[in-house]
Design a protein around this ligand. Structure first.
Ligand code: KG4
Ligand code: ZN
Length: 358
C-alpha cells in the first residue's frame, strides 16, 4: 500500500502557492510567494500586475514544493488547481501551468473551487464529519453555508457588496497604516488587529450593518462609509491632510474591528438558529468552522465563540497559516476529491472555464 500524492496549485488572487500532500493530509512539501508587499506599495491589487507576478513565480513555487517533498512529477496521482472564483487573469496562470504540467507528465487534473477548499481545510487537521456550518471570511468573500459533503454546500448567506477583508484593507489604506512603523509589512486586517489591541472601540461606535434585515447576508460597504466619514471629520478637526491622522488610529481600528466582528457574529447566530429549526446540523456535537484570511483575527474568533457557546456549537478554526490562501488547502481538496472520485479529469480534458474581462 502506498498513499496517493497530490500537487495543489493556488493562484486565484495575490498568493502563488503550491504543496504536495499525501492521502493522510501530511504536507510533504510546500512553497508560497506572497505578492502582498507589491500590492501594498501600489495601494491595492492591480490584476495585470498580479498576473505578471504569478507568471514570474509559478514555476519556481511548484519546483520548490516538489523539491522539498522529494517527490517527482511522475510519482504524483493528480494536480489540483484553483479554477474559480478569483481574479480571472491570476486564475489563468495557475490553470495554464497546470494543464501543461498534467499533459506533460500524464497525470490527472482536479479543478478546485477556492471557497470549497477554504471550507474543507479543517478536515486535513482533524476529523470533522459532515454536515457542519461554515463561515468563510476573506478579502474576496463572506459567506455562510452548511457543508453537507465535499461538493455539496447549502448556501445560507452571501456578501451583498464588499468582503470584510476588503473593508479592513481599504480602511487600513485610508489610514496609511503601511507608514505606521509596526505595520509596514502587514495586511490591512493584520494591521487593524494589531492597532486595535491598544485602542478604545467606544470612541468610535459604528452602527452594525443591516440591523433590520433579518437574513444571513453580509454588507460592509455602508460600514466603510461610516468609518471614512469619521476619519474625514477627525482630519478636518485637526486641520490635517487626508491619510495623515495619527491621534486616534488605534481607536478607529478598534471600532472597525469590533463592528465587523459583531456583524459576522449576528449573521452567524441567525444561521445557527435557522439550522437548528430545520435540523440541518447534527444534534450531537454540532460544529461551526470559520476560515478564510479574516478568520485569523483573534478578536473576531472571540466574538464567534460567544455565539457558539450560547448555542451549544463547537467553533473550529484552522491556524492562521491555513486560514489564508495557500497551496496546501487546494491539494487537500484534491485529496478529498480523489478519495471520493469526484470531479477528476484526464490529462487531456478541458476545464470548463470562461475567462471574464478584467
Ligand atoms: O483568504 P485570504 O488569504 O485571501 C482571499 O481569498 O481573500 O484573505 C486575505 C484577507 C485580507 O483582506 C486580509 O486583510 C485579511 O484576510 N486578514 C485579516 C487578518 N489577516 C488577514 N483580517 C483580519 N484580521 C487578521 N489578522
Ligand atoms: Zn482565500
Amino acid at each position: 500500500y502506498y498513499s496517493r500524492l497530490v500537487l495543489g496549485i493556488e493562484t486565484s488572487c495575490d498568493d502563488t502557492g503550491a504543496a504536495v500532500l499525501d492521502e493522510t493530509g501530511t504536507i510533504l512539501g510546500e512553497s508560497l510567494y506572497s505578492q502582498n508587499e507589491v500590492h501594498l506599495r501600489t495601494g491595492g491589487i492591480i490584476p495585470t500586475v498580479a498576473q505578471q507576478l504569478h507568471r514570474e513565480s509559478i514555476e519556481v513555487v511548484v519546483h520548490e514544493a516538489l523539491e522539498r517533498s522529494g517527490v517527482t512529477p511522475s510519482q504524483l496521482s493528480a494536480v489540483a488547481t484553483t479554477v474559480k472564483p478569483g481574479l480571472a487573469l491570476s486564475l489563468g496562470i495557475g490553470l495554464a501551468f497546470s494543464q501543461k504540467f498534467v499533459r506533460k507528465h500524464n497525470i490527472l487534473f482536479i479543478p478546485i473551487h477556492h471557497m470549497e477548499a477554504h471550507a474543507l481545510t479543517i478536515r486535513m487537521l482533524q476529523p470533522v464529519p459532515f454536515p457542519f456550518l461554515v463561515l468563510l471570511v476573506s478579502g474576496g468573500h463572506s459567506l455562510l453555508a452548511v457543508a453537507r459533503g465535499i461538493d455539496d454546500f447549502l448556501l445560507l448567506g452571501h456578501m451583498l457588496d464588499e468582503a470584510p477583508g476588503d473593508t479592513l484593507d481599504k480602511v487600513a489604506r485610508r489610514l496609511s497604516l503601511t507608514k505606521h512603523p509596526d505595520c509596514s509589512t502587514l495586511s490591512g486586517g493584520q494591521a487593524i488587529e494589531l492597532l486595535a489591541r491598544s485602542g478604545d472601540r467606544r470612541k468610535f461606535p459604528f452602527r452594525t450593518p443591516m440591523g433590520r434585515i433579518y437574513d444571513c447576508c453580509f454588507s460592509f460597504a455602508g460600514l466603510r462609509s461610516q468609518i471614512t466619514m469619521s476619519i474625514l471629520k477627525k482630519e478636518a478637526e485637526e486641520g490635517i491632510e487626508q491619510g495623515t491622522l495619527l491621534s486616534c488610529v488605534n481607536d478607529i481600528a478598534a471600532g472597525t474591528q469590533h463592528t465587523v466582528a459583531v456583524h459576522l457574529a449576528k449573521r452567524t447566530h441567525r444561521a445557527i438558529l435557522f439550522c437548528k429549526e430545520n435540523g440541518l446540523l447534527p444534534s450531537d456535537n454540532p460544529i461551526l468552522v470559520m476560515s478564510g484570511g479574516v478568520a485569523s483575527n483573534q478578536y473576531i474568533c472571540k466574538a464567534l465563540t460567544v455565539i457558539t457557546e450560547k448555542t451549544g456549537l463547537r467553533l473550529l478554526c484552522p491556524p492562521p497559516r491555513f486560514c489564508t490562501d495557500n497551496g496546501v488547502m487546494i491539494a487537500w481538496n484534491g485529496i478529498e476529491r480523489l478519495k471520493e472520485g469526484k470531479g477528476i479529469l484526464s490529462p487531456s480534458e478541458d476545464v470548463c472555464y470562461e475567462p471574464k474581462a478584467p
